[in-house]
Design a binder for this molecule. Structure first.
Ligand code: ASP
Length: 435
């Protein structure tokens, strides 16, 4: 009798968890991971492999997901001028939000003075990274071998190949129609696979959070507390004021709904610190929770995960001022403008992977003659900063996607306003109505 009762209780507890919305599960996992990591300290790293498996699984989705959904996107959008317009709007918005982010970063760096009173003696030498020229970057967009672009996960080359492939399908008559149908079916299967992987998110998030909290105790964080504060406050201002403002004033949509809809992608970005890795989740959020068409989201989001890094730019602004203050270098107006320009370019060149922003920081520091040893100081706490900047990077991608979709009539406002949050088993499999 007693045994039966225990079994029923267990079942209740289990269904309480499994019936819970995914975003709530992720939030609970995040907080639980933080608490467990704080209690266990460094041994919490033992749980990290669960998080690594989760990251591997979402990375596994990136290439097939971008390729298949972008091909479907192009074949569902026959209007070439519309595609060009979407591309232009996307790039302009990405650059514009990035420039605002870095300005906020510089403002907070000047206001909060994170580098005041820092001991610079412990710093180790770091090598600067060479920036590729603009022409090299442009030529590099075109793959010589699409299979190797996919094998290396070169997102920009995959985007170019997918667009050309989709265009070829559109003009290939009957054969094209068959291949198009094949890709539609393929997309359904990949979206199902995405749903399976995303349902694993709470466990991955828990493990990663416990590892971070266990590894970076308060002792490590306190001396650079103001840098952390400046980056986090900056990210929150950019998200709420700039993105919230753009969603309500430009897109005339409810910003609260936006933040609800993007929450899962934010939680995954926060714990994995990879906007490319988060891409499958961001795409699900955009389509399922925010009602953005597959065509727009499958173009704007992969591009954003590669070139749009507002959080990274903001962080570079704060860190440049931190290094200048810590080393007693004074910067003039020209230096600030140089930092804005190089940070914007550096953030475009930053890969959406953990720690990439730190490497690009050396580029920004070199541009205004700041000592590269600054990078070594920041490196100690970079993971904590990466969590905030990646979250902002992903939020920004989502905001631009909604804005572009709204202006192109590619958003289903009924879905957006419901803000019905993605359930793992319930990813959309239908194509949006062809416009
Ligand atoms: N981790 C960041 C991202 O994936 C890039 C960076 O390091 O700034 O978006």
């Amino acid at each position: 009798m007693a045994k039966q009762e225990t079994t029923t209780k267990k079942k209740h507890a289990l269904s309480f968890w499994t019936d819970m919305k995914l975003w709530k599960q992720i939030l609970i996992a995040l907080i639980a991971g933080l608490v467990v990591g704080m209690i266990l300290g460094p041994p919490a790293a033992a749980i990290k492999p669960i998080g690594t498996i989760f990251i591997n699984l979402i990375k596994m989705l990136i290439v097939p997901l971008i390729f298949v959904s972008l091909v479907c996107g192009v074949t569902s959008m026959h209007d070439m001028t519309k595609m060009g317009r979407i591309a232009a709007k996307t790039v302009v918005l990405y650059l514009f939000t990035t420039a605002i982010a870095i300005t906020i970063g510089l403002g907070l760096g000047a206001l909060l003075q994170p580098g005041a009173g820092i001991d610079i003696a412990a710093a180790a030498a770091v090598e600067a990274k060479e920036a590729p020229t603009l022409m090299e970057t442009f030529v590099g967009l075109f793959p010589t071998n699409p299979i190797s672009a996919m094998a290396n996960g070169n997102v920009l080359q995959i985007i170019v190949f997918a667009i050309l492939f989709g265009l070829a399908i559109n003009i290939a008559g009957e054969a094209g129609a068959k291949i198009r149908q094949f890709f539609e079916w393929m997309a359904e299967v990949i979206y199902k696979l995405t749903a399976i992987v995303i349902s694993f998110a709470p466990y991955g998030v828990f493990a990663l959070m416990a590892w971070v909290a266990g590894t970076y105790g308060l002792d490590v964080l306190l001396p650079l507390g103001t840098v952390i504060l400046a980056v986090y406050v900056g990210c929150i201002i950019q998200a709420i004021v700039v993105y919230g403002g753009a969603i309500s004033l430009l897109a005339k949509l409810n910003p609260v709904r936006f933040f609800q809809g993007i929450a899962e992608a934010q939680a995954v970005a926060f714990t994995t610190t990879s906007s490319s890795g988060t891409l499958p989740v961001t795409m699900s959020c955009a389509q399922k929770n925010l009602g953005v068409s597959r065509g727009v989201s499958s173009f704007v989001l992969p591009l954003g995960a590669t070139i749009n890094m507002d959080g990274t730019a903001l962080y570079q602004g704060v860190c440049a001022l931190f290094v200048a203050q810590a080393f007693g270098v004074s910067l003039g107006m020209g230096d600030y403008i140089t930092i804005i320009l190089t940070s914007t370019l550096a953030s475009i060149g930053t890969a959406g992977v953990p720690g990439a922003g730190l490497i690009m920081l050396s580029l920004v520091l070199t541009s205004v003659g700041l000592p590269l040893e600054g990078v070594a100081i920041i490196a100690g706490i970079d993971r904590i900063l990466d969590m905030a900047r990646t979250t902002l990077n992903v939020t920004s991608d989502g905001m631009v996607t909604v804005l572009v979709a709204k202006t192109e009539g590619e958003i289903d406002e009924a879905v957006y306003n419901q803000a019905h949050v993605l359930e793992a088993e319930d990813i959309p499999v239908e194509s949006p109505p062809a416009k």
